[in-house]
Ligand binder design. Structure first.
Ligand code: MN
Ligand code: MN
Length: 297
């Protein structure tokens, strides 16, 4: 498996997780069982009444971010803020409260860095972080961290969001290199929990109905990713927990896609993803992973 195809799998994984999870977003596991048994198809619906295979803000903000990086040939906070602002003007089908508030503030101030707030620890910056992981694949650790923060702080400026975004990016990058799961666990997931005990996910009871709080989101993603054996099992496990399921699906999808690769993604999901989204994800993944212009953040 080469890095290119793993990068494509990560991007398609993000979109597939988003499309799969959106059907059951804000439902409890009990409600999901009553309505679907086990939810495992890209059937659309949900509170947004999506068509089958369609995606939400998690994927469309990622594409807006990737576009900005490719156009600017760098991870530039101001350009990203403008790209997100344009995205918001396009009346997306859903948008997080923190994203909206800080983009409205950006319109007034022109400052692409949101003010620091411990309360802005939602999962909005982490759900769209994949383009940064791909674009900075060959960069130094410092450059990767800087790019993560520039991207995240446009809407989410909080220590826990930063820690999560950086952890996801380094995990995805190592998964693209083909490391094993124990390594991802020891080097990244457990380290994050050591540094920020909020993220300790090794609990007896698996987290159900995860909220949009980044700590909940990542705990659910890690529990599902580390206890399952393939892409399909991981995504089905995480979205059937309900709650912010499109976002747990999106983050689990980028990670599992990078780790298990393209062959591991069920054909019905690859075929079920809305075709323009699928083409955009593939195109961006290929461009971003081969993006080796020196970064200035
Ligand atoms: Mn969403
Ligand atoms: Mn969501």
């Amino acid at each position: 498996m080469n890095t290119n195809s793993r990068a494509i799998a990560a991007y398609l994984g993000l979109a597939i997780g988003d499309a799969l999870g959106s059907t059951v977003e804000f439902m409890t596991p009990r409600e999901i069982v009553a309505q679907y048994g086990v939810h495992d198809t890209l059937c659309g619906g949900g509170w947004l009444h999506l068509k089958p295979g369609h995606v939400t803000d998690d994927t469309t903000m990622s594409l807006a971010l990737g576009d900005s990086i490719l156009k600017e040939k760098q991870v530039n906070a101001l350009a990203i803020a403008c790209a997100f602002d344009n995205w918001m003007r396009g009346k997306p089908i859903d948008i997080g409260n923190t994203v909206r508030r800080n983009l409205v503030l950006f319109r007034m101030t022109g400052n692409p860095e949101a003010p620091y707030s411990d309360h802005d620890a939602g999962n909005g910056a982490a759900m769209r972080v994949l383009p940064v992981a791909l674009a900075t694949f060959d960069q130094s650790e410092d450059a990767v961290r800087q790019a993560c923060r520039a991207q995240a702080h446009v809407t989410h400026h909080s220590a826990l969001s930063d820690a999560a975004c950086e952890c996801i990016v380094f995990m995805v990058q190592d998964a693209l290199r083909g490391v094993d799961k124990i390594y991802l666990l020891d080097t990244h997931a457990n380290q994050l929990a050591t540094k920020h005990p909020e993220f300790n996910f090794q609990e007896a009871r698996p987290l159900s109905n995860p909220s949009g709080y980044i700590v909940d989101t990542l705990k659910a993603v890690f529990q599902s990713f580390f206890k399952t054996k393939d892409f399909r099992e991981c995504l089905v496990d995480v979205v059937n927990r309900g709650g912010d399921a499109d976002t747990t699906g999106a983050i689990a999808g980028m990670l599992a896609g990078a780790y298990y690769g393209l062959q591991s993604i069920p054909n019905s999901w690859l075929m079920g993803l809305e075709s323009n989204t699928s083409l955009e994800c593939i195109k961006q993944a290929e461009s971003l992973i081969n993006f080796n212009i020196s970064m200035s953040v």
